[in-house]
Design a protein around this ligand. Structure first.
Ligand code: BF8
Length: 655
């Protein structure tokens, strides 16, 4: 590895490391091609940022007022206002968690308002997820008899909206409806039950501004409180609302990877997180009018490909092929074969537009929160949804018309395509195993040793997608079933690990389980907000086993942490008693072992700081029964996960 960071006890890759280790040949091919062509990507900008700031890397820079910025270290243990080191680290952490909460919250808000518009007949959208509407209504104790599905959906949407924005101390109703009793009691004892997503954002910013709390432990409590708001108001809010609108996904076979793009077809990429407008755009693309328009433009057909979480929504529901994730978005456009990219909200990096401009790719933005200079803007507004059909048709027309302007001399499409079985909603997983009892039995008898949910973003701090794929290969070899979402799932989909054929790479127990059911050892459950599907599975399996969640053989793994949204995912699972294994040190100083002066040469002080000790030692563990393990080397990370699962099984008396 090219860049050594002794302060983190870790290294970061250089260009050669990325090209050598990135597992998808298509990514390597495009990274090399774009470099040769002089097209700038994240890899160039990442190298230009080296060496990175040691204060920022460890969360030691305080920028929460205009007295500073203050950089803290062993010599300067307080900022100008007197704020101490641990308070600065925790304030930075909890602020990034609520930034992620805000992002998922805005996503949930759009989908919930769309349900209201659909229920009131303002938007031409059928409520395809009747099963989910009734299920959530029943859990909330709402009256369903004698009411239309639209009336019930409207009332459920009102509850979801209130959970997002309530300011009074009424517990989040979705939390009360879905969280296990044992956990609710734990959170009540800890005093970390949240009010709503919006309230916890306000309270976090309030607590951490100049002259706010100087007790870092109160920020660890706020971290848990905000994570629970993040989980039950924004993740559940987005995931359940999307299922109410568009239905619960079911397993299906699809083809993914860069090779789905075709030279002689119109190629349209959809990108972002909220699937509302793209559902309509997809509907329009499939109409005879738009298909005919493509033929007239000289195309043999239309390919729609997905990126990031919007891509995963369409993949799960309709088998629409996906191409790549956040760090692949520039590469996908670098094929020179994309006529239009339609983006909604989040994880759309500005670098994408730079590459789009190099290849003449048309960019269409559809969300007022995510504007890009030079893009065509056709926004969806759920409070004024009447124009949705017309706008979606406009986008479809523009996307197809762009085919005529493509510069064919610049096309470079890798040939790789990969088969995958997708659509693993909570219900699909449970049904596949013949109910919770069936899956629990496989866990008890050890054919499946444990379940790891391996999720999250990419980061340039590890070789692109290398940690995701290496860890998961090792886990399935050890009979650990994997669920996945987000950018990680794109890496695993493209690596073939979500195909039933990947059963051959699994250990004997998992292999038998997969082969007898015709399923893959890695289940792609959807976009990041659909981590709720795995969480519900963990909750219900623990309940079925009659065991508290922290005792179950489950692990949360984030091999390539990147976005602020990822912080809340990890803390959500921690709050439920599920330990985290993280693939690169987060913004907390890493305790570094040092020889003890005057002692024997093999005697080391293991090093410590209060915040790292809290998360990785006993502080958090004593509160919720889980801790964070950080391991940047993926084979060692897999070993840690296996060790955690083995320990849990031994304690449960499962062989
Ligand atoms: O929500 S995994 S980079 S795409 S934040 Fe973004 Fe991270 Fe990718 Fe979807 Ni999730």
């Amino acid at each position: 590895m090219k860049y050594s960071y002794p302060i983190l006890n870790a290294e970061m890759p250089g260009r050669e490391d990325v090209l050598r280790l990135t597992p998808n040949p298509a990514s390597k091919d495009l990274l090399e091609y774009l470099h040769q062509e002089g097209v700038e990507t994240w890899l160039d900008r990442y190298e230009a940022q080296q060496p990175m700031c040691g204060y920022g890397l460890r969360g030691l820079c305080c920028r929460m007022c205009q007295w500073g910025p203050c950089r803290l270290d062993n010599k300067r243990q307080r900022g100008i206002c007197g704020r101490d080191l641990s308070t600065v680290i925790m304030a930075n952490l909890v602020r990034s968690l609520v930034a992620g909460l805000a992002a998922h919250g805005r996503h949930a808000h759009e989908v919930i308002l769309t349900i209201m518009a659909a229920a009131e007949g303002k938007a031409n959208l059928p409520l395809k997820g009747e099963e989910r509407v009734l299920d959530v209504a029943n859990r909330l104790g709402l009256t369903t008899d004698g009411r239309t599905i639209k009336e019930i959906a409207r009332e459920v949407a009102e509850v979801l909206l209130e959970d997002l924005g309530r300011l009074t101390m009424t517990p989040i109703r979705i939390l009360t409806a879905y969280a296990p009793r044992e956990r609710i009691e734990t959170w009540q004892t800890l005093g970390v039950l949240p009010r709503s997503g919006a309230y916890e954002i306000m309270e976090t910013l309030h607590m951490t501004t100049l002259g706010g709390t100087s007790d870092w432990t109160s920020l660890t409590e706020q971290e848990l409180r905000a994570a629970l708001a993040y989980c039950y108001s924004t993740l559940f809010g987005s995931s359940l609302a999307t299922e109410m609108l568009f239905g619960i996904p079911r397993p299906k076979v699809a083809t993914v990877n860069y090779g789905i793009l075709k030279e002689d077809h119109v190629n349209i990429l959809i990108h972002g997180h909220s699937p509302v407008m793209v559902e309509k755009i997809l509907e329009k693309i499939r109409t005879p009018e738009i298909q005919e328009l493509a033929r007239k433009a000289g195309a043999k057909g239309i390919v729609v490909g997905g990126m990031c979480c919007t891509g995963e929504e369409l993949l799960a529901r309709y088998g629409v092929p996906t191409v790549t994730n956040i760090m692949g978005q520039e590469l996908a456009l670098g094929t020179g074969a994309v006529d239009t990219v339609v983006v909604d909200m989040q994880c759309v990096i500005p670098g994408m537009k730079i590459v789009a401009d190099c290849f003449g790719t048309q960019v269409i933005t559809t969300c007022n929160s995510n504007r890009i200079p030079g893009a065509i803007h056709i926004p969806f507004d759920p409070e004024n949804p009447e124009g949705l059909d017309e706008d979606a048709l406009k986008v479809a027309r523009l996307a197809v018309e762009a085919f005529a302007h493509r510069d064919r001399s610049k096309m470079h499409i890798p040939r790789e395509t990969t088969e995958a079985m997708v659509g693993w909603s909570y219900e699909a997983i449970v049904d596949t195993f013949g109910g919770l009892k069936g899956l629990l039995e496989l866990l008890r008898e050890g054919k499946i040793k444990g379940i790891a949910t391996v999720v999250g973003c990419n980061t340039p701090k590890v070789p692109y997608e290398f940690n995701h794929v290496t860890i998961v290969r090792r886990l399935i070899e050890s009979d650990i079933l994997v669920t996945t979402t987000g950018c990680c799932s794109h890496a695993l989909l493209n690596a073939g690990l979500c195909s039933p054929a990947a059963a051959s790479q699994a250990g004997p127990g998992l292999q038998e389980v997969c082969r007898s059911r015709g399923i893959p050892p890695v289940l792609a459950v959807g976009g990041c907000v659909d981590n709720t599907r795995t969480l519900r599975l963990f909750i219900d399996l623990a309940e079925e086993a009659g065991v508290a969640m922290p005792k179950m053989p489950f692990v949360f793994v984030g091999p390539e942490p990147g976005n602020e949204k990822t912080v809340g995912q990890g803390v959500t699972f921690l709050a439920h008693g599920i330990s985290n294994v993280i693939g690169f040190p987060g913004p907390i100083p890493v305790p570094l072992p040092r020889p003890v002066a005057g002692a024997a040469p093999d005697e080391y002080d293991r090093g410590s700081n209060p915040v790292a000790d809290f998360f990785a030692g006993d502080g958090l563990y004593e509160k919720v029964g889980a801790r964070i393990y950080t391991e940047p080397y993926p084979k060692l990370a897999a070993q840690t996960i296996r060790m955690l699962i083995r320990r849990q099984r031994l304690a449960l008396g499962w062989k």
